[in-house]
Design a protein around this ligand. Structure first.
Ligand SMILES: Cc1cc2nc3c(=O)[nH]c(=O)nc-3n(C[C@H](O)[C@H](O)[C@H](O)COP(=O)(O)O)c2cc1C
Length: 376
């Protein structure tokens, strides 16, 4: 009898290229999106058991790669006091424990390196918590951004970074990248999205500087390019470097898709960036965002089109929740991979379930052998 072979793009391995060597091979194209947990009561940035089970369950759940939550490259870069960091030895040891477990389950491990800038020191986005900036008396801190003033209404005024201050931020990214390598991470995703520091510099909405870090696109992209260069310089050449961007502010006169495509092409050509995760928004205040199934996929599709011929792997994110939806996005060439957020919270085994749904042979499902009797 003939064997029926199911073809699934989602469950075909993909390589994130690196400047040297074969690159990073993911067992499939389902990536867990970064998701802040706000669970560190000690406010010391050290990931704990919660993070191990939270991220670990996605690895056991069959994803090709798991991305950590936004991980501060310095204490004042954390989004909230309860966020993860990677700027001291204790944090690094805890990250190493996470990575070891993710690897044991067959998943690659990516760390999202982040600096929240003027959107740092905010209350955790948890039920019952207020909005806005945590006051110093409650463990908050002074924030920094491209210019003086609040990044968004309701936030405390940030202080515009001096050139020396910018150099310190760039150095903090590089130091965190060194620690990420020591902890065993396979990939770095720079957080260039959602209105955090790198995006605050990219967007004309928040960067009105008049020096070489502001003004035209060359100036506004300088911080992103310097961070990528500094990280690439210390991150091993056989490991891929990626970035998450907000491809549009959804506001006239804001950051947009053509600028995103130009930036990513340049980061690829000049700084070896080979992965872009395409999100949107974060600075537009009252911007009308057309939220619905796959609402950011057209942004990823446009970047995929414009970046054709480069080594950059494009991942789409945002209400990609169904196996067939994800498969269609990839099969129609709108992106090379998908990032899954909330659907993975609801079902950490989303990837295994999707593989079963797409007809992958039971013997080849990405699930731990001890779960074989679950009956996918
Ligand atoms: C609980 C939660 C925490 C999040 N934290 C982060 C984060 O740390 N970094 C980031 O870039 N995006 C963060 N996001 C956004 C997600 O990564 C993702 O882009 C967004 O939820 C849309 O994808 P989805 O519809 O698959 O959830 C978070 C989302 C959720 C639901």
């Amino acid at each position: 009898m003939e064997r029926v072979v199911t073809m699934s793009v989602l469950f075909t391995p993909i390589t994130l290229p690196a400047p040297e060597g074969p690159g990073l091979v993911l067992r499939n194209r389902a990536i867990v999106a970064p998701m802040c947990q706000y669970v560190i009561d000690a406010e010391d940035g050290v990931p704990r058991d919660w993070h191990l089970q939270h991220l670990g369950s996605f690895a056991a759940g069959g994803f090709g790669m798991v991305t950590t939550e936004a991980t501060g490259v310095e204490a004042r870069g954390r989004i909230s006091p309860r966020d993860v960091g990677l700027y001291d030895d204790e944090q690094q040891r805890a990250h190493e424990r996470l990575v070891t477990f993710l690897h044991s389950q067959g998943a690659a491990a990516a760390v999202q390196l982040a600096h929240a800038g003027g959107k740092a020191s905010t209350f955790p986005w948890l039920p019952g918590q207020p909005d806005g900036t945590v006051p110093a008396a409650d463990g908050g801190w002074s924030t920094v951004s491209a210019v003086d003033g609040p990044v968004l209404p309701g936030l405390s005024a940030a202080a515009g970074l001096s050139r020396e201050g910018i150099a310190e931020v760039v150095a903090a990214f590089a130091a965190a990248a060194r620690r990420a390598d020591a902890a065993g991470y396979d990939a770095i995703q720079l957080h260039g999205a959602h209105g955090y520091l790198i995006h605050q510099f990219l967007s004309p909405l928040t960067n009105t500087r008049t020096d070489e870090y502001g003004g035209d696109e060359e100036g506004r992209t300088r911080l992103a390019r310097e961070v990528a260069a500094a990280v690439r310089a210390v991150w091993p050449a056989h490991k891929p470097l990626g970035i998450r961007i907000s491809a549009t502010d959804w506001v006239d006169g804001g950051w947009d898709v053509p600028a995103s495509a130009r930036l990513i092409r340049r980061l690829a050509e000049e700084h070896g960036v080979t992965w872009v995760d395409v999100s949107s928004g974060g600075l537009g205040g009252g911007a009308a965002i057309p939220v619905g199934p796959g609402y950011q996929v057209p942004l990823a599709a446009e970047l995929t089109r414009q970046l054709a011929g480069t080594p950059v792997v494009v991942s789409a994110v945002g209400l990609v929740e169904e196996a067939l939806q994800a498969e269609t996005i990839l099969a129609t060439g709108q992106a090379h991979a998908v990032s899954i957020g909330r659907a993975a919270l609801r079902d950490p085994h989303w990837a295994t379930s999707a593989a079963a749904r797409l007809g992958i042979d039971r013997t080849e499902l990405p699930r731990p052998p001890q779960y074989w009797r679950a009956g996918w």
